[in-house]
Design a protein around this ligand. Structure first.
Ligand SMILES: Cc1cc2nc3c(=O)[nH]c(=O)nc-3n(C[C@H](O)[C@H](O)[C@H](O)COP(=O)(O)O)c2cc1C
Length: 493
């Protein structure tokens, strides 16, 4: 089921008992953060603050802060179902030759039909434009200060819409916007983001970049907005695909961009490529404050909104946080795309402890010498996987989600003199331990078993495992010995 708006999703959460209304007066400065932090730590519900001091509208938080809510937002029991659909979509490529074309025709045509029917629709009148003004006063929005040393109040969960001036292709990313004044915001699109490459293209033409910001879209559009969809694929098409229903777009009032019609609030304006201003500090995904740094400036020239909007907010920091839960969901649903490009990858884990970008563990089906290194380099060349600083490759029978098992394999099966691949390249802008910003080291650890083909001259020892006959005999014994059955659980018959 597709939720048409944030409000519709909040209604659904409330009837499912997964939303808590907070009635008491709460300050938007620091107090929203503390309440959300404690709630997420207990895997608690979405929060709707009805009385934020001085605010004209309620504030929603922790809306996608649990896997069950993300699954509900996508209308699935578990995210595996969405992963399968994305895998099918990604497999859609021109068939090689007439034979393959005929063979694939049925399934491919069905899926193509679905994808075509899922392009966004255009509407001329939209809830997000029920009210509008040119006299922008951002102080009337409940923009919050998240952490004590933040450089300012910050819009933390905006869908920022830009477009490529050459192709006209729209793009969305979640880039925080720190408030400078009544109509100016810091445009925190990091160096590697599509929002930044679009800005460079507008700069090359000597033009300002038009920008629209949707605050509080429907949950699937929000997810599509932060997902690392390949460059050239519109997040709006992907949003329609996730919703299994076309997303309604409306033309923004004063800039040549489209925005989700059911958004709560829309800011319209521009970024002048010649202008920068110091942004930060800001309590970031890393659990540290990101240092003040120059970033482009977003001038807001027009604001539209629903008659009674809800303001959507989130807080970053050391996990557990809402963005960490979202990061895990993105890892799960995009695994089939990674596997399409690297079919030898059986499983992948980007642990929350590694903030998704610092540490990656992949299990591979190894067929030839050097394959683990090939996988490392391929991943370092794949979208945002380029930021992975520690990449561990294990054999297919290792459970990548069992970190003690992974550590056991690394300690035992990797030889530091031979199995490390150390390279230098781009690292995430938020990364703190590299000497130069955006550039640093990465290490790949090949913890797969080695054999003569890998240049390993010694015989690889046999792993100790109980033999099947003994296991079966002891299972039978446990069935007739209540003490053992109690201790171990009743073995399957
Ligand atoms: C809550 C949240 C806040 C984020 N804030 C920022 C940000 O301030 N700057 C940024 O560049 N990316 C931020 N991101 C990450 C991007 O939205 C995400 O990587 C997305 O894929 C954008 O990449 P793209 O613009 O290259 O497509 C944030 C993500 C989340 C979930």
């Amino acid at each position: 089921m597709a939720f048409r708006s944030l409000g519709a999703f909040l209604d659904e959460l409330e009837s499912a008992g997964d939303l808590l209304r907070v009635h008491g007066p709460v300050s938007r400065d620091l107090e929203l953060t503390e309440i959300a932090r404690r709630t997420i730590a207990r895997d608690g519900p979405a929060l709707l603050f009805e009385n934020v001091v001085g605010a004209e509208m309620p504030v929603a938080m922790n809306v996608l802060g649990s896997t069950r809510r993300i699954a509900r937002a996508l209308g699935v029991e578990d995210l595996g179902a969405t992963a399968v659909r994305i895998g099918e979509l990604a497999r859609l490529r021109p068939p090689a030759g007439i034979g393959a074309a005929l063979r694939d025709l049925g399934g491919t045509l069905d899926l193509l039909k679905t994808v075509r029917s899922l392009g966004p629709t255009r509407v001329t009148s939209a809830p997000c434009q029920e009210a509008s003004t040119d006299r922008v006063d951002l102080d009337r929005l409940p923009i919050a200060r998240c952490w004590p040393s933040d450089g300012g109040r910050t819009i933390t969960f905006p869908i920022v819409v830009t477009k490529d001036p050459e192709t006209g292709e729209p793009h969305t990313g979640i880039y925080r916007l720190q408030q400078y004044g009544p109509d100016t915001l810091g445009f925190h699109a990091q160096l590697h983001r599509v929002g930044r490459s679009n800005l460079a293209k507008w700069a090359a033409r000597g033009e300002r970049m038009p920008v629209a910001v949707a605050i509080g879209a429907d949950p699937a559009t929000l997810l599509a907005g932060l997902a690392p969809v390949p460059e050239g694929v519109s997040n709006f098409v992907f949003a329609s695909f996730l919703r299994s229903e076309p997303l309604a777009l409306v033309r923004a009032r004063t800039v040549d961009l489209e925005v989700p019609a059911e958004s709560e609030i829309v800011l319209e304006g521009y970024v002048d490529p010649k202008e920068e201003r110091v942004e930060g500090p800001f309590g970031d995904h890393t659990g540290y404050y990101s240092a003040p740094e120059p970033f482009p400036v977003l001038h807001v020239t027009h604001l539209t909104r629903r008659a009674r909007p809800v303001y959507l907010h989130t807080v970053t920091g050391k996990p557990p946080t809402e963005d960490a839960v979202l990061g895990k969901a993105v890892e799960r649903i995009f695994l089939p795309v990674v596997r399409l490009l690297l079919p030898e990858i059986v499983e992948m884990n980007l642990p929350v402890e590694g903030l998704f970008i610092n540490v990656g563990i992949v299990a591979i089906q190894k067929r030839y010498p050097g394959q683990a290194r090939k996988v490392m380099h391929a991943l370092w060349g794949l979208g945002q996987m380029m930021f992975t600083r520690y990449l561990v490759v294990v054999d297919e029978d290792v459970d990548v989600h069992d970190l003690s098992e992974v550590l056991y394999r690394v300690g035992l099966q990797a030889d530091p003199a031979r199995d490390l691949e150390i390279v230098e390249g781009p690292v995430d802008q938020l990364s703190i331990s590299n000497a130069l910003p955006n550039l640093g080291g990465k290490i790949g650890i090949d913890a797969t078993r080695k054999g003569p083909r890998d240049g390993f001259p010694r015989p690889w020892p046999e792993e100790i495992r109980a033999d099947a006959a003994t296991v079966a005999r002891i299972d039978a014994l446990a069935r007739s010995e209540p003490g053992l059955a109690r201790l171990w659980g009743r073995p399957p018959t």
